[in-house]
Design a protein around this ligand. Sequence first.
Ligand SMILES: *Cc1c(COP(=O)(O)O)cnc(C)c1O
Length: 382
Amino acid sequence: MEPLLRDTYAEINLDNIGYNVRKLKEIVGKDVSIAAVVKANAYGHGAVAIAPTIMENGADMLAVATLTEALELRNYYSDYKIFIMGYTPDEYLEYVVKNNITQTIFSLRQAVLINDLSIKYNTISKVHIKYDTGMNRIGYKDSQESIDEIVKIFNLKNIDVEGIFSHLALTNREEDDKQYERFLNAVGKIEEKEKTFKYKHICDSISAIDYPEYRLTMIRPGAIIYGMKSYEDDSVIMKTALKFKTKIYQIKELQPGEGVSYGYRWKATKKTSVGTLPMGYADGYPRIRDSFVTIHGKKAQIIGVINMDQCMVDLTDIPEAKVGDEVIIYGDGTDNTIDIQGMADLLNTNKNEILCRLSRRTPRVYIKGGKVVKVLNYLLQE
Ligand SMILES: *Cc1c(COP(=O)(O)O)cnc(C)c1O
């Protein structure tokens, strides 16, 4: 195994990811396929490292946002089905076709391009049609013209129109219902022309749980696979997979009046024990004013401004803390740790953004059966 070489790292529990995928499969049943969303480096968890766990526990394909994310996975896995949910510009479609990747399209122009490339490479390429039902992001605008054009795509011989999908804005139940109705209505009109889809999908994590009747033949869960709960249904309990950790590097005793970090934004009002952590905003921790970490099951306030590479914590109430002790930067919320939702609340953002911040400098450590099975140092990869 590679040496860790750093004490600030993200610990990822593969058993928890496996559990979440199995549990989700159990909930949706065998008739609903799962396109596991592993964009943004699997929400910070490391797409390449966790892909086998996801696929072996019940996912049918891996969904990403960009061509480069798809190619990264294809470099490691020749057999997994990989689906790009985003747009790929015309000039890069050749990479899609050559690498047997399933592409989202929403124009006849791109369908023809993919068809021509598929003839050139003597292959049949799978595509999913994106149908916009109100999000106004990408996809065919809901109209009869769009439906007529989609029907034409089916005539292209080297294209397999495997799926059609839409995405909910998750505004409220009423608006979501309208989007779902628009989607079903459009799909119905296409299917009337004897053009059918193996995969019809509209659900992300939240809607896959809270709107079971929307699942159709496939869902596209991301967050829930990593154990994050944004859905309402409290009976569905998943397991957080990621903890962000570091160690204490130095401890100093400060006298009243001494300051800490740039601008002395924090000053000691009494004798204070201060610990330095080798963790800063370049590792993926937000540069926020008021937050804490957990040491020996106790909360330690971060004091002074957070630097790019280091930050300081108040250890006065944790006298047992010593250099080298483990620090939970964020965890699953147990044992006085702040969880990812707690971090998101501090930053006024969502859980995904917190996870996406984890940077390349932060090694990922994978745990299975209670043991470290892999260490991934992005900076030391070729
Ligand atoms: C990111 C994304 C998802 C997954 O969303 P979660 O909320 O993480 O489940 C599903 N579909 C599309 C089109 C996406 O972009």
